[in-house]
Design a protein around this ligand. Structure first.
Ligand code: ZN
Length: 312
């Protein structure tokens, strides 16, 4: 299977305004797309990432106002980690403290310092001050200097009761390889490796069972370069007997979905065409983006969505 690393990660949220403020103003990500949940068009789908929303940078949300809080734990992508420069840890510690963001004491993981913080819905985020080179450019931000900006994803940590079946799917089917073990954590990578490629399997008996809701991850999407490589991946997954969705056109990429054996929802998404297909790169996030199937219903959809005035 031809996978290149993480593509995007999608989470559930409650209030869209609080979500927008946290990811743009506090974390300094760019708001790259205002769209709708294609399976529930009365709900937004909000995307944050680097300037272009490049694969490997986009954290996306389904915000349902009033949604009850979930609980990160097993059977879920437990934590989502961003890559920051090794020298930027103290900047983020001071910034998050000044803004009264809940954090945990800094930990060390595979030699890197990790600052854990929580978004307004309690989503577990990690800033990993990595010693590895990460040439990706952060989103331009009025709030976070370029030297300290988030480079994109570092890794996704899956919470598992038993990692064996998941590890088998990742290595035998998806082409991932084990690169390190530390305590109850095993790290896997794919293709060229490095920040943005990692998936950690965490089998910590202290983890509660995950409950879906605001502040938890809905699915983790992996990059595949082309429609052809996605079609190939679809055939390979079908042959294993795992249940797999048809190929779905999400406008900004094409997607297939399957659940790995521990219950975490995986997606494989194409790198193309990206977020500039329905508005210019310079003004991403300003117009409500709708897939062609929903475009005829634009007026009703816009009227039904809660107001969300974007003035970054
Ligand atoms: Zn997705």
């Amino acid at each position: 299977m031809n996978l290149l690393g993480l593509h995007h990660i999608t989470a559930m949220a409650s209030d869209p305004r609080a979500n927008f403020d946290f990811y743009t103003r506090i974390l300094g990500l760019r708001f790259i797309k205002k769209s709708v949940n294609q399976d529930d068009p009365g709900t937004y789908h909000l995307y944050y990432g680097d300037y272009a929303g490049s694969p490997g940078t986009a954290l996306t949300f389904f915000p349902w106002p009033g949604l009850r809080r979930g609980r990160p734990g097993t059977g879920q992508a437990y934590a989502t980690a961003f890559s920051i420069p090794a020298a930027s840890l103290s900047f983020w510690q001071e910034r998050l403290a000044k803004l009264s963001i809940t954090t945990e004491p800094v930990a060390t993981r595979f030699g890197d310092q990790v600052l854990t913080a929580f978004d307004p819905d309690g989503l577990r985020l990690e800033l990993i001050a990595t010693h590895e080179p990460d040439p990706r450019s952060p989103a331009p931000s009025k709030n976070v200097p370029e030297a300290h900006g988030i480079r994109g994803f570092h890794s996704s940590t899956l919470g598992l009761i038993d990692a064996q079946a998941t590890a088998t799917v990742m290595t035998k089917l998806m082409g991932y390889r084990l690169v390190g073990k530390e305590g109850l954590r095993a790290r896997y990578t794919v293709a060229g490796g490095g920040p943005g490629s990692y998936v950690d399997l965490l089998t910590d008996p202290a983890l509660p069972r995950g409950l879906n809701g605001a502040g938890t991850i809905h699915h983790v999407a992996f990059r595949t370069p082309t429609d052809a490589s996605q079609s190939q991946a679809h055939s390979e997954i079908t042959r294993t007997g795992l249940h797999i969705s048809p190929i779905i056109d999400r406008a900004y990429f094409k997607s297939i979905y399957y659940r790995e054996p521990a219950g975490v929802l995986f997606e494989i998404a194409t790198d193309q065409p990206g977020f500039a297909i329905d508005e210019p790169l310079a003004t991403l996030g300003t117009k409500l983006g709708l897939p062609p199937l929903l475009e005829p219903h634009r007026a009703e959809i816009e009227a039904a969505l809660p107001p969300l005035v974007i003035n970054p």
